[in-house]
Design a protein around this ligand. Structure first.
Ligand code: NAI
Ligand code: 15L
Length: 267
């Protein structure tokens, strides 16, 4: 029995959107799929609406008749400030304005570990620590966490911000042994974020049940999220395939990995 009449999934042409399109299908009578890139044709129970997050009128129409939003759309790694501004800052504002004007009650927002990437690997942090972004991309995710808090405090729109670690089919480097989120655990986390009776405004980490943990994810358990996968399954393979890291390398010292060591994107 679908729990929602209509769910909006942004970033539906992207890697995580493609997974969630399949995994969330049973939750809504209609899944509205959106991206600025082409999305493969709608199947039964789906509708496809092509829209750029930067298009305010388009976003107002996109959020009409929607019960909840899973927001995966946006620039997903470091880029020019102009591109990040357009998709992740103006785009997020347009999404929340659409939600406010159309009475949408809940958003699940794909934030990122790069909002806190400059915390050292030696420190386990929870989701209440101040932001320490490691890139313009990370700054835009910190903005998203704050913007969504504002829309909750002022207008009551609930948001679960998922500070996703590394969500890929499997961990491919040593950092990901700590930051990995499996695709099935992503689907579990997003489902619980949609279905939990009350979430208010929350920030939780998107991580599997890895042995090495950079993050204390106690807050996520109040959603009823129980991860079932672990990066440990892949440790031997990852360690055999990758060199022993230099502990002085910033990419190793800080939680955000390579993002912390990269220079200014436009130089
Ligand atoms: P992706 O790059 O594969 O997908 C993002 C999608 O957003 C793309 O299809 C792109 O066309 C769309 N998009 C970008 N700008 C847009 C705009 N202005 N208007 C409409 N659509 C636009 O990224 P992925 O891996 O699927 O990530 C999904 C979300 O999760 C992103 O917000 C990313 O920042 C976040 N995230 C992902 C992590 C991962 O490990 N995959 C880790 C942390 C956060
Ligand atoms: C992210 O935020 C990116 O979207 C993804 O491509 C990875 O770089 C991930 O973080 C990570 O930190 O591994």
């Amino acid at each position: 029995m679908p729990r929602f009449e209509r769910l909006l999934l942004t970033g539906a042409a992207g890697a995580l959107g493609t997974e969630l399109r399949r995994d969330l299908a049973g939750l809504a009578r209609v899944m509205r799929l959106s991206d600025r890139e082409p999305v493969s044709p709608a199947k039964a129970g789906e509708e496809v609406v092509r829209c750029d997050l930067a298009d305010a009128d388009g976003m107002l129409a996109l959020t009409e008749d929607v019960d909840a939003v899973v927001h995966m759309g946006g620039v997903s790694r470091e880029n020019t400030f102009a591109n990040i501004l357009e998709s992740n800052i103006v785009g997020l504002y347009n999404l929340y304005e659409g939600c406010r004007k159309n009475g949408v009650g809940r958003v699940v927002f794909a934030s990122s570990n790069h909002a806190i990437g400059f915390y050292p690997r030696t420190r386990t942090i929870d989701a209440s620590v101040p932001h320490r972004p490691d890139s313009f991309y990370g700054v835009s995710k910190a903005f998203g966490e704050d913007l969504s808090r504002y829309y909750f405090d002022k207008y009551g729109i609930e948001t679960v911000c998922l500070r996703i670690g590394s969500c890929f089919p499997e961990p491919v480097d040593r950092r990901m042994l700590a930051t990995w989120l499996s695709y099935p655990d992503l689907a579990r986390l997003v489902s619980r974020s949609l279905l939990a009776p009350q979430v208010g405004h929350m920030v939780v980490y998107g991580m599997s049940d890895n042995l090495e943990k950079l993050w204390d994810n106690t807050m996520a358990s109040s959603l009823g999220y129980v991860p079932k996968d672990s990066a440990e399954t892949y440790r031997e393979r990852v360690e055999a395939a990758t060199p022993v890291p230099d502990p002085r390398d910033p990419a190793v010292r800080f939680q955000g990995g390579g993002f912390t060591a990269a220079g200014h994107f436009e130089d």
